[in-house]
Design a protein around this ligand. Structure first.
Ligand SMILES: *[C@@H]1O[C@H](CO)[C@@H](O)[C@H](O)[C@H]1NC(C)=O
Ligand SMILES: *[C@@H]1O[C@H](CO)[C@@H](O)[C@H](O)[C@H]1NC(C)=O
Ligand SMILES: *[C@@H]1O[C@H](CO)[C@@H](O)[C@H](O)[C@H]1NC(C)=O
Ligand SMILES: *[C@@H]1O[C@H](CO)[C@@H](O)[C@H](O)[C@H]1NC(C)=O
Ligand SMILES: *[C@@H]1O[C@H](CO)[C@@H](O)[C@H](O)[C@H]1NC(C)=O
Ligand SMILES: *[C@@H]1O[C@H](CO)[C@@H](O)[C@H](O)[C@H]1NC(C)=O
Ligand SMILES: *[C@@H]1O[C@H](CO)[C@@H](O)[C@H](O)[C@H]1NC(C)=O
Ligand SMILES: *[C@@H]1O[C@H](CO)[C@@H](O)[C@H](O)[C@H]1NC(C)=O
Ligand SMILES: *[C@@H]1O[C@H](CO)[C@@H](O)[C@H](O)[C@H]1NC(C)=O
Length: 483
């Protein structure tokens, strides 16, 4: 309305090196901005920022008075400067704060037709006077590639379906706002979108199956919303996906087998949902998976065998999933594991001793299960993990090592009390049972010299003497076969 009262901004000039010459070699008189674009810039900034005097201090926005929040690019043939990036955040040095009631107007924004990046952090923060995304903000004439509106708690309402008009979008990040409603199906029309982050809002309804159309997607983050229903099969079409975070929603049903096609996936987080078992065996196809997090879901099966094929896994977090089985021996061959959390399940049997051989492991939580038998991790392992080794809450476990730390968590084994002089065990308290093929220690493994009280009857195997026992078994079987 009163352009002379609108802000003038100091702008920093950035040149796209590919198509421009250094600014100093061009006569400044020949460069300039389209007056309408300049006006649009002042209007947009005037609607957002709380500093009426900036205009006077910075009369020549794209050239003289640098401001890190704005980038301009020189259009070579016309020698016109265009605003291509607008970034307003508390971390931008010298930036005045946003107004108490900022306003992003469609009309003003449309005067910046070359804008490729718009990012506003902590600008719409007043939750009493709330702002929303107008459908008219998004048109097919826009060349916007990155729309990043983060931590604007006063930004509420639905994401207009017109967002799909902006075909140039590569990054859409609307994290930590007050947005709600369903994720618009039309979003599938964003074929070039590489990153979709709608985390920490209040979206509900189902994940639209149309997300399967966003063929360029590498990052999908819908965590911390109220999304329901099943993970759509179509997610398996997104062959470029590297990260899927659907944690802390209300998703239910089984994970779709199609997910196993995502062979570039590095992170899969579905923690804190209502995902049921069994998990599809096709997930063995996630050859690059490093982070598999699904704590707090009612899976209620045994630990899935496909885990053994995920050789890149570094973090495996399966707490509170109702897993009832033994801990499979192959866990000890997942050499890249650095964190293994299996607490609060119904895991039984003994702890595979080969876990101590995992070179990267520095966190192991097996607490609150029904594990039995003796823990005989070597001292180096126990020291390395320190407090990050947690085996509490397993009534059938006892400990034969001298590390004080673990002795506090579980009682010493009977033979340890006996100063390792006895060779007898109370079978029932130690949970020593018939040999279990999954747990049998391969004979190629290092066997420690110490032989703290172990039983080794004809068909009874204890972990420490498993090599000897395996031989006994082997010879026994040989006799059976021969005779
Ligand atoms: C803006 O400038 C006017 C006069 O130039 C001055 O009176 C006023 O205090 C300034 N306001 C701010 C917020 O600096
Ligand atoms: C937003 O700003 C535009 C022009 O800058 C104005 O016409 C409109 O009324 C403003 N809207 C609100 C809600 O303040
Ligand atoms: C939000 O806006 C209302 C209405 O203008 C105002 O009373 C309140 O103080 C503002 N809250 C904050 C935190 O600025
Ligand atoms: C852009 O949208 C307008 C009206 O919404 C339409 O008339 C026009 O054909 C569209 N242009 C393209 C390239 O889709
Ligand atoms: C989660 O979904 C179930 C139905 O699938 C519903 O009964 C429950 O109320 C939902 N919980 C929340 C917090 O939305
Ligand atoms: C572990 O639990 C399962 C199911 O509850 C049971 O079938 C199995 O025998 C148990 N194994 C051991 C070693 O206790
Ligand atoms: C292990 O898991 C239990 C139960 O979930 C939890 O209380 C404990 O803090 C965890 N321990 C460590 C060391 O993280
Ligand atoms: C082992 O024996 C020594 C002396 O023989 C004794 O001081 C110690 O308390 C014994 N340890 C246990 C756990 O019984
Ligand atoms: C062995 O364990 C069982 C069951 O926990 C118990 O009843 C029995 O008294 C124990 N025997 C010895 C010798 O400690």
């Amino acid at each position: 309305m009163f352009p002379h009262q609108l802000l003038l901004l100091s702008l920093l000039l950035f040149f796209s090196l590919t198509k421009t010459m250094p600014i100093k070699t061009i006569s400044k008189a020949t460069m300039g901005m389209d007056p309408e674009e300049l006006e649009g810039l002042y209007e947009v900034m005037g609607g957002l920022l709380d500093d009426p005097n900036w205009s006077d201090l910075h009369p020549d926005p794209c050239t003289d008075t640098p401001w890190p929040g704005i980038q301009c690019e020189l259009d070579q043939p016309s020698l016109l400067l265009h605003v291509t990036r607008l970034h307003i955040a508390p971390d931008v040095a010298g930036s005045p704060p946003c107004k108490p009631h900022p306003n992003l107007s469609t009309k003003s924004l449309s005067k910046l037709p070359f804008l490729k990046t718009l990012s506003l952090f902590q600008c719409f923060t007043n939750t009493t006077t709330r702002a929303s995304l107008s459908p008219s903000l998004f048109t097919n004439s826009s060349v916007l590639e990155q729309l990043v509106l983060n931590s604007n708690t006063g930004l509420v309402g639905e994401v207009p379906s017109s967002i799909s008009e902006v075909k140039t979008l590569r990054v859409l990040s609307l994290s930590q706002n007050g947005l709600y409603g369903e994720i618009p199906r039309e979003i599938g029309g964003l074929k070039r979108l590489e990153q979709l982050d709608l985390s920490y809002n209040s979206f509900n309804g189902e994940i639209p199956s149309e997300i399967g159309l966003m063929e360029s997607l590498t990052i999908l983050d819908l965590s911390f919303n109220g999304l329901q229903g099943m993970v759509p099969d179509s997610i398996g079409l997104l062959g470029s996906l590297q990260k899927i975070d659907l944690s802390s929603n209300n998703l239910s049903g089984r994970l779709p087998p199609q997910m196993g096609k995502l062979d570039g996936l590095v992170l899969l987080d579905v923690s804190h949902n209502s995902i049921e078992g069994p998990l599809p065996e096709t997930l063995s196809g996630l050859k690059d998976l490093q982070y598999f997090l699904m704590e707090d879901n009612p899976v209620n099966t045994g630990l899935p065998l496909f885990l053994g094929e995920l050789k890149e896994l570094t973090v495996l977090s399966l707490s509170s999933c109702g897993f009832t089985s033994q801990i499979p021996w192959f866990i000890g061959s997942m050499k890249r594991l650095s964190a293994l959390t299996l607490d609060k399940n119904g895991l039984n049997g003994s702890i595979p001793i080969n876990i101590e051989g995992l070179p990267q492991l520095n966190q192991l939580n097996l607490s609150q299960n029904r594990l039995t038998g003796e823990i005989s991790f070597n001292t180096e392992f126990v020291r390395r993990l320190g407090k990050r080794l947690d085996v509490r809450g397993n009534n059938g476990l006892c400990f034969t090592n001298n590390e004080v730390l673990v002795l506090e968590q579980v009682p010493a084994c009977l033979d340890a009390n006996d100063n390792k002089s006895s060779n007898t065990h109370n079978m029932s308290t130690l949970g020593v049972g018939p040999p279990d093929p999954v747990k049998l220690r391969p004979s190629s493994d290092n066997v420690k010299g110490e032989t703290s009280g172990c039983c080794c009857g004809a068909l009874w195997v204890c972990q420490k003497k498993s090599v000897v026992c395996a031989w006994v078994l082997f010879i026994g079987l040989l006799f059976l076969v021969i005779f």
